[in-house]
Design a protein around this ligand. Structure first.
Ligand SMILES: NC(=O)c1ccc[n+]([C@@H]2O[C@H](COP(=O)([O-])OP(=O)(O)OC[C@H]3O[C@@H](n4cnc5c(N)ncnc54)[C@H](O)[C@@H]3O)[C@@H](O)[C@H]2O)c1
Length: 252
């Protein structure tokens, strides 16, 4: 692939301050994209935007709670004004395994839905009109293999798996709705990734995890970012509505 495959493209990335988001932001900026980072962690987002700015890209950070509809509208407007429009949206914010199902509180359930599903709805709805006007756009959602496999790799994942399954449904249905308007909508469904959080695994836990993965490999964040880069590139113009597992064959 041309190393500057996204030269001139404008990316809005949610969850950019997180473990995967940081790698995604650096990868897209290195491919030539300008980047707006939306994250609850305003300081982390600002630090990353400053780093990307030092590489010559236009990069802005907006601290925002993506579960708040009005705040999202304002944050997306700010990002659009700064970049001059949005060509690519990556919904990466989310996460959180909470409690055994029988013990889950209403608030825990609602929080998981809001963080992992409502956030995707709010941001995508705010970004879409600009893409429709330009008849061009790429929307990439980060679901989880939990949405497909029920979360066998982790325990207490019912709310998370349910919310991510919602992201899968949203991805497919929206792909059909906007296909004729030059907009593709795809999702990746990562299995366990080699992010810093995994460093807390005991050797026994790590062995048990790898035993469930046919390739015996954790996902590499850089491979995930490269996959998203391909899906955002011109080569992927006719790929839409796909839920791509990045899980070493776990979901086969
Ligand atoms: N790490 C994995 O193994 C793995 C596997 C499958 C799927 N995923 C998914 O990938 C995405 C990124 O995961 P990660 O490992 O980088 O997680 P992370 O916790 O490191 O990063 C998530 C980011 O989302 C932000 N965020 C959370 N709630 C928010 C809100 N309400 N408003 C704004 N920002 C909010 C956080 O501040 C954080 O920066 C998540 O959607 C996660 O569910 C991760």
């Amino acid at each position: 692939m041309n190393p500057q495959v996204l030269a001139g493209a404008r990316l809005l990335l949610t969850g950019g301050a997180g473990a995967l988001g940081t790698v995604i932001a650096r990868t897209f900026a290195a491919a030539g994209a300008d980047v707006a980072i939306l994250d609850l962690d305003a300081q982390g987002a600002a630090t990353l935007a400053s780093e990307l700015g030092d590489t010559g890209r236009l990069a802005v950070a907006v601290g925002v709670d993506l579960t708040d509809h009005d705040a999202v509208r304002a944050a997306v407007a700010e990002a659009e004004a700064a970049l001059g429009g949005i060509d690519i949206l990556i919904n990466a914010a989310g996460g959180g395994i909470v409690a055994p199902f029988a013990e889950m509180t209403d608030e825990q359930w609602r929080t998981q839905m809001a963080r992992n599903l409502d956030s995707v709805f709010h941001v995508t709805r705010a970004v879409l009109p600009g893409m429709i006007d330009r008849r061009h756009g790429r929307i990439l959602n980060i679901a989880s293999i939990a949405a497909v496999s029920g979360g066998r790799l982790v325990r207490n994942a019912v709310a998370y798996a349910t919310a991510k399954a919602g992201v899968v449904g949203l991805t497919k249905a929206l792909a059909i709705e906007v296909a004729e308007q030059g907009i593709t909508v795809n999702a990746i469904a990562p299995g366990a990734q080699a992010t810093p959080g995994r460093d807390r695994d005991t050797p026994e836990r790590r062995e048990a995890l790898l035993a469930q993965i046919p390739t015996r490999l954790l996902g590499e964040p850089q491979h995930l970012a490269d996959t998203l880069l391909f899906l955002a590139s011109p080569s992927a113009v006719n790929i839409t509505g796909v839920i791509l597992p990045l899980d070493g064959g776990h979901s086969i």
